[in-house]
Design a protein around this ligand. Structure first.
Ligand code: NAD
Length: 289
């Protein structure tokens, strides 16, 4: 397949490389000067998109997506599929779909879970919104870049699923950190607490698979001095999108709102580059305050 790939940063570069390695004809564009194995570089978006059947974007936010789509849509081949894998606000995703369909193009919003490790290994999970035809069109690309693609519904459904998941992840991570911190203060051994929680009703991914306490549970960023993993600044971005969406549809998310405040404080304190599980250290520090 002839593929255009726009936005070859930490995530996009390995995704584009995997598509090229699988035998696709990939042309890439990024504002930064990046070289990606097997991917031809084009000097403009128009030249990147020319003749492409699938146009993939992996960009920082909705505002940039809107600007880039304004350049892509007039030059994309009729019948091509625009596949946006960035994490953006639901409204920008829906507007991108509308503009694409007005121009006779297929489109999907398909943000990912799995981080840079998943992008490199080709094991991302895609959560997609858009028509059945668009989803079927992109399926072979999903198979190269990921291990699973869930068709969540119509336009914007992928972004909606992503922010609901990540809001829950933030809340469960903070809850796990609070349980460990309280256990510490009660004199509980962390390993014993893990043995109980991980096989009891407190079971959750944050505790079982990504334990915020070092030396407990499977290997996780806490065992590597909280190097991300999933940086607190990226969690804050997704929480912000969840709160923006919640406000738009009048959904009550009190714990999501509080989690946003706590991650905002972490980022404001210059800890945005640490893994989001380092929330445990902040609670421990606050004990003595
Ligand atoms: P990044 O900043 O490393 O990459 C973004 C790239 O887009 C950069 O190379 C930048 O130069 C390029 N870019 C910006 N404006 C452009 C434009 N107008 N035209 C062309 N290129 C442009 O970010 P990333 O970590 O690769 O994340 C990309 C997206 O994936 C974000 O929406 C992020 O929220 C999401 N995401 C990231 C992770 C992660 O772990 N990094 C995990 C899941 C989802």
């Amino acid at each position: 397949m002839k593929i255009a790939f726009i936005g070859m940063g930490n995530m996009g570069a390995p995704m584009a490389a995997n598509l090229a390695a699988a035998g696709h004809d990939v042309t890439g564009f990024d504002l930064a000067d990046v070289a990606v194995a097997g991917v031809q570089q084009a000097p403009t978006i128009a030249e990147t998109v020319e003749g492409a059947e699938l146009v993939i974007t992996m960009l920082p936010n909705g505002e940039i997506l809107r600007r880039v789509y304004a350049d892509i849509i007039p030059v994309a081949k009729v019948g091509a599929c625009l596949l946006d894998c960035s994490t953006v606000d639901v409204q920008s995703a829906r507007d991108a779909h509308q503009q694409s369909s007005d121009a006779g193009l297929l489109s999907l919003d398909a943000p990912v879970s799995g981080g840079v490790g998943g992008a490199t290994a080709g094991t991302l999970t895609f959560m997609a919104g858009g028509s059945d035809i668009a989803f079927a069109f992109a399926e072979s690309a999903f198979e190269v870049m990921g291990q699973k693609a869930v068709h969540c519904g119509e336009a914007g459904a992928g972004q909606s699923a992503k922010i609901c998941n990540n809001m829950l992840l933030a809340v469960s991570m903070i809850g796990s950190c609070e349980a460990i911190n309280l256990g510490d203060k009660l004199g509980l051994d962390r390993q014993k607490l893990f043995d109980v929680v991980s096989t009891s009703s407190g079971y959750c991914w944050s505790m079982n698979a990504y334990c915020p306490a070092p030396g407990v549970g499977p290997q996780s960023p806490s065992d590597n001095d909280y190097q991300p993993g999933f940086a607190a600044s990226l969690m804050l971005k997704d929480l912000g999108l969840s709160q923006q969406a919640a406000e738009q549809v009048s959904a009550q998310t009190p714990l999501g709102a509080h989690a946003t405040q706590l991650y905002q404080a972490m980022v404001d304190d210059g800890q945005g580059d640490r893994d989001f599980s380092a929330m445990l250290l902040r609670l421990m520090q606050a004990n003595s305050a």
